[in-house]
Design a protein around this ligand. Structure first.
Ligand SMILES: [Zn+2]
Ligand SMILES: [Zn+2]
Length: 275
């Protein structure tokens, strides 16, 4: 299978390494049919500095994407979307082609605790706000994520189990433990009922801190069993990684019970066979 659409991408307007134009040119050279831009939504908090777009950058981002859409018309379908953070104003998501809804931090007692920045920040948050219990921390994450569709109106749920980012070899908590799986499954059920499409997100592989995509295979099998849908995305922060790990992601989808994956196009979601 050759998937030629990726709609989870970042540019220099947030924490990516390339311009909108460079990403579009890269997509054309890879023979892609659809490229979606999903910059990080503006976040009204100092901790968003450096990775979330400023309101001014968001304006320029939309203009650049519109210009690229015009320039590449007939060669590459370009969609203007947003990775809308739970804690951003949902207003930023208005009038765009698609929304990826993501949770990147917990805010216990108003304290900004990133779930995916650095492991020390996670350990510190667990100790200060969750009595040192990673299971309570993960439960709080999944509780927040379970409201992502209502909060953001998203088409796609971003990196479902990103809370496992620093849990390689289960060094912080056991992902087989019911205290972890219970809240994750409850969240999954809610989001499947909301009609969410879940990412098979290969971004962690290209950036070198994971060897497998988000989410874990057991979660993918559960999504499949519940009748949910998945979409391959690379969460690309550079033009070089636009389709990184897609073959691996498609194999994983097939192994976890999916006959097809979704792809987003200008006409909406389509189904692509995985074999
Ligand atoms: Zn994200
Ligand atoms: Zn992203």
């Amino acid at each position: 299978m050759k998937v030629l659409s990726n709609v989870h991408t970042h540019t220099l307007y947030c924490d990516g390494e390339n311009t909108v134009e460079e990403m579009a040119a890269g997509a054309v050279s890879l023979g892609m049919t659809t490229l979606g831009f999903s910059g990080h939504s503006p976040l009204d908090h100092p901790a968003g500095s450096g990775w979330a777009m400023t309101p001014e950058a968001f304006q320029s981002y939309k203009e650049d994407v519109a210009a690229a859409r015009e320039k590449y018309a007939g060669r590459l379908e370009i969609l203007c979307g947003l990775e809308l953070d739970y804690d951003s104003s949902p207003e930023w998501g208005r009038d765009l082609d698609f929304i990826i809804g993501s949770v990147h931090q917990l805010m216990p007692d108003g304290d900004f605790c990133s779930v995916d920045n650095v492991p020390e920040e996670v350990d510190d948050a667990v100790n200060r706000h969750f009595g040192g219990c990673y299971y309570s921390y993960c439960a709080a994450y999944y509780d927040k994520l379970s409201g992502i569709c209502e909060r953001t109106g998203c088409d796609i749920v971003g990196h479902f189990d990103i809370v496992t980012k620093f849990n390689g070899e289960f060094r912080r908590f056991d992902e087989n433990d019911p205290r972890y799986r219970g809240p994750a499954i409850n969240c999954l059920r809610k989001l499947v009922n909301n009609g969410a499409v879940f990412e098979i997100n290969t971004g962690g592989i290209s950036r070198g801190y994971r060897t497998t995509p988000y989410p874990a295979p057991w979660i993918l099998r559960e999504i499949s069993r519940l009748g949910g849908s998945v979409i391959l995305t690379s969460d690309a922060h550079s033009a070089a990684t636009l389709l990184h790990g897609f073959d691996k992601g498609a194999d994983l989808a097939a192994a976890c019970g999916f006959d097809s994956v979704k792809a987003l196009t200008a006409k909406g979601f389509i189904d692509l066979p995985v074999r």
